[in-house]
Write a protein that binds this ligand. Structure first.
Ligand SMILES: [Zn+2]
Length: 276
């Protein structure tokens, strides 16, 4: 699962090819308003809360915002990100910009008393095929250091592990696999909790969202149907909790451990290979 998407663009140059199934939930487009005046427009399709950092290298151009520019994007749709304007009209001009975005807004403070449910129905049991610090894609120090992959048949009902507000829904992808090229092809539901942390429910099936942006969901409420979209070796649900924190020049995703109430007991950690 990616949580960092990097775009590097310059005039006439796009740094990566774009497959149809890729999720560019947050994207920037440039508009040449007149010779030497460029407007960057940012659009969010599947996310109502995301954070963006923009940097730029400008030659003979001024920016309408100071760099690095950090923007909290709330709601879907398009808005102006900034304008680059020629400084000396008698000279040539050039610009290059770079932006990164991540799910969610900064400022979460994890509630130490929060207890999560298993993210599926009470009468079901599923095996943890990869747990915290798992070697495949939950490595220590990574953005998914604390995350669980529950093996489950396609179409299994995914339930909110904790209540909150839905801030991300994507369900238009129909492809997935173990190849890295599928990293941006995952369907998902994202939920913001009352403490400003977020949960992600990833790899849902096409049209597998049972909630919409802005919905308030209760713990245990069905929110989606599992699938095998995105970067995955087989049908499973990826579940992780995180927050965004500041760092010099920007922000980063911090993976958070969670306590989980299983059928029998509250556990600080679920073990890879165990069924709950
Ligand atoms: Zn995972």
């Amino acid at each position: 699962m990616r949580a960092l998407v990097v775009f590097l663009l310059a005039i006439g140059f796009v740094s990566r090819s774009i497959a149809q199934s890729d999720d560019h939930a947050v994207r920037v487009e440039k508009q040449l308003l007149q010779e030497g005046v460029v407007r960057l427009v940012i659009t969010s399709d599947h996310l109502s809360e995301s954070t963006v950092v923009l940097t730029a290298t400008l030659e003979n151009m001024d920016s309408s915002v100071a760099m690095p520019f950090i923007l909290e994007l709330k709601g879907v749709g398009s808005r102006e990100l900034c304008v680059f304007k020629i400084h000396d009209p008698s000279q040539s001009w050039h610009y290059k910009y770079h932006f990164e975005w991540k799910y969610g807004l900064r400022g979460g403070h994890p509630d130490p008393d929060a207890v999560y449910r298993l993210p599926y129905q009470d009468n079901e049991y599923h095996v943890v095929m990869q747990g915290n610090r798992g070697a495949f894609s939950h490595q220590a120090g990574s953005i998914n250091e604390f995350a669980y992959d529950f093996a489950m048949p396609i179409g299994s009902t995914v339930c909110a592990a904790r209540g909150g507000v839905v801030i991300g829904v994507r369900q238009d992808s129909d492809v997935g696999g173990s190849d890295e090229k599928f990293k941006l092809s995952d369907n998902y539901v994202l939920v913001r909790h009352s403490d400003g942390t977020y949960a992600e429910y990833i790899h849902l099936k096409k049209n597998g969202a049972l909630v919409a942006l802005g919905d308030t969901v209760a713990a245990g409420q069905p929110i989606g149907l599992s699938g095998v979209t995105g970067h995955t070796t087989g049908p499973h649900l990826h579940f992780a909790v995180f927050r965004l924190v500041d760092k010099p020049g920007g922000f980063e995703r911090q993976s958070l451990p969670v306590r989980v109430r299983t059928k029998a007991v509250v556990l600080d950690e679920l073990k890879q290979g165990n069924t709950y």
